[in-house]
Design a protein around this ligand. Structure first.
Ligand code: CAO
Length: 552
């Protein structure tokens, strides 16, 4: 088995072009003409094919390297002597006479009034190539050498520049058309004398920017020949497809991926295969929507859960096993459902959280006393039951907290169903105490205990969890100081409660030990103003500080 060198063949005037993708790796078995790397200039990208068949032993270039004709790409273990002989020589010269460039074609006036035809120039062996991007439209003012369209073959893509400056009167091509040398692209109204200026410039592209004669490496891929283009200002990025190799464009088309919505992670924002894959995964996982999906979402858009963030980075794809042992565990049903709901609520609702403290010294003493008295009955009165009653009173005083948004309309509720977050082995659920305004503390405590048990046993039905007006999420039994609870849509506020603790409070003469309960009220800023939220919190805290106020 001979070791063969695979070098960059004659790529015309392409000099110091950057390798932007490696298409093979050590151990791969490659064929003659198989694409090895993609290189890119300002205006064109092309894949460099192999001159050898065999097994890749070494890859001699890395992404970002600059290569020229003759640069060593690979060491390949070839199949036999014949191949080795071929490899020993320089890569095969280009098969067909190549154009010096893809110059803007000389213009042919079509009428005396400064109207000229702009046609596809000599683009070498490109024959019947597809138009994959159109950068201009009728009415646009264009410059000489401004890119008009991008064409693409199997192995390369390039932009076709204008031979003239002026105003486009008629655009003669559209996406998907096949074009070749001489195809009419546009009729352009030039300014007086402009044709005379434009024509020489177009006929001498090599002066403007030396361009490769032909990019094709080997005869077998002559169709991939890639005439270079005169250097010119890139056209505006808006509405343009991002840079991507022809292979990636093809892949994106096959998968129905809108390439202009894929964030490229390659050099100069180039879209790589992994970007397309990441995009597809994110869409499939519901982490993002394409613009088309967003447009097709039900009326109400984001409020209906149709929100999407085009341009958002794809979710990181990490091979965690590379860093240490891992185990994959499917998320449980409740976690999946609650996760999706929490995510929507977090993203859609403009949350603000106010923190405050309630002095519950006296209330806690009362609760302990009650529980002592009720020891025999077995009903344990919880702090949460008091908070549910306080929530009812606060909702009555601040009715916009007992509302839901329906488009631009507020639905004001005249009932008082209070949900409480319950932690279960399977995840978070929110059972609802119905008509809490009509129930006493003991009954609420009883119902809560029943619902919490049902929750832990996984026996809550939809009726147990629907119809809530306001939610209390208590981490008091666990610990912590404050947190930012996520609103349980379509409710507009939620009260988060943490563990109470004794704190020194100044009573005007001395510090007194008081039992303080941390409160965190999150509210929907579309419905509620900051001042109202602060008043709600102060009122809620004042009720817990002196529960007699509930009766007022
Ligand atoms: N401060 C200090 N202690 C508190 C307290 C507070 N704010 N709230 C409760 N406690 C105490 C109770 O008095 C009880 O102590 P004793 O056993 O000595 O009487 C202990 O903590 C345990 O209380 P509990 O959790 O059984 O009862 P609860 O009424 O406070 O809560 C329930 C019931 C179902 C809400 C709770 O079990 C639960 O699941 N909490 C978690 C809710 C949650 O996950 N929220 C986060 C949502 S966002 O992810």
């Amino acid at each position: 088995m001979a070791m063969l060198e695979v070098k960059v063949p004659d790529i015309g005037d392409f000099k110091d072009v950057a390798v932007i993708e490696l298409l093979v790796k050590v151990g791969d078995t490659i064929q003659i003409d198989q694409s090895l790397v993609t290189v890119e200039s300002d205006k064109a990208s092309m894949e460099i094919p192999s001159t050898q068949a065999g097994v890749v032993k070494e890859v001699k270039v890395a992404v970002g390297d600059k290569v020229n004709e003759g640069s060593l790409l690979l060491i390949v273990e070839g199949a036999g002597a014949g191949t080795a002989a071929a490899a020993a020589s320089a890569p095969a010269p280009v098969a067909a006479p190549a154009p010096a460039a893809a110059p803007a074609a000389p213009a042919a006036p079509v009428s005396g009034g400064g109207l000229v035809d702009v046609v596809v120039p000599d683009i070498g062996d490109f024959d019947e190539v597809s138009v994959i991007e159109v950068f201009v439209k009728a009415g646009d003012t264009i410059r000489v050498e401004q890119s008009l369209i991008t064409v693409e073959s199997d192995k390369a893509s390039m932009e076709i520049p204008s031979s003239h400056a002026g105003v486009i009167k008629e655009l003669k091509v559209k996406l998907g058309d096949k074009v070749a040398k001489g195809t009419l692209l546009a009729v352009v109204q030039t300014a007086a004398g402009a044709v005379a200026v434009a024509a020489p410039a177009a006929s001498a592209p090599a002066v403007a920017a030396p361009a490769p004669a032909q990019a094709a490496a080997a005869p077998a891929v002559a169709s991939a020949s890639l005439p270079a283009l005169p250097a010119h200002e890139p056209t505006a990025a808006k509405g343009r497809l991002p840079h991507a190799s022809p292979t990636i464009r093809k892949l994106a088309r096959e998968l129905g991926v809108p390439l202009d919505e894929v964030k490229g992670s390659g050099p100069k924002g180039r879209v790589l295969e992994s970007d397309v894959q990441g995009f597809v995964k994110a869409v499939m996982a519901g982490q993002m929507q394409t613009t088309a999906q967003k447009a097709a979402a039900p009326a109400g858009g984001a409020a209906s859960g149709g929100g999407a963030f085009p341009g958002l980075l794809a979710w990181p794809q990490v091979d965690f096993a590379k860093f240490g042992p891992v185990e994959r565990k499917e998320m449980g049903r409740i976690k999946k459902i609650s996760g999706a709901n929490l995510h929507r609520n977090w993203v859609v609702i403009p949350h603000v959280t106010n923190h405050d403290d309630a002095d519950i010294t006296d209330l806690e003493a009362f609760r302990v006393l009650l529980n002592k008295e009720n020891e025999k009955s077995g009903v344990k009165v919880t702090m949460l039951a008091f908070m549910i009653k306080a929530a009812v009173a606060a909702l009555k005083k601040f009715p916009e907290f007992n509302a839901s948004l329906d488009g631009d309309t507020l639905v004001m509720k005249q009932y008082f169903h209070i949900g409480f977050a319950a932690d279960t082995p399977n995840g978070l659920v929110v059972p609802v105490i119905k008509d809490a305004d009509k129930k006493g503390i003991v009954q609420i405590s009883l119902e809560m205990a029943e619902l919490a048990k049902k929750a832990r046993d996984g026996k809550l039905g939809p009726a147990d969890m629907s119809g809530g007006c306001f939610t209390i999420s208590s981490l008091g039994g666990i610990g912590g100081r404050y947190f930012t609870p996520i609103i349980n849509a379509p409710e507009v506020a939620i009260m988060g409660v943490c563990k109470s603790q004794i704190e020194p409070k100044w009573d005007g003469k001395a510090f007194q030990p008081r039992l303080m309960l941390p409160l965190s009220l999150s509210w929907d800023h579309r419905v509620i103003d900051g001042a109202a939220a602060a008043r709600f919190n102060v009122y809620f805290a004042s009720l817990l500080a002196d529960f007699r106020r509930i009766a007022l």
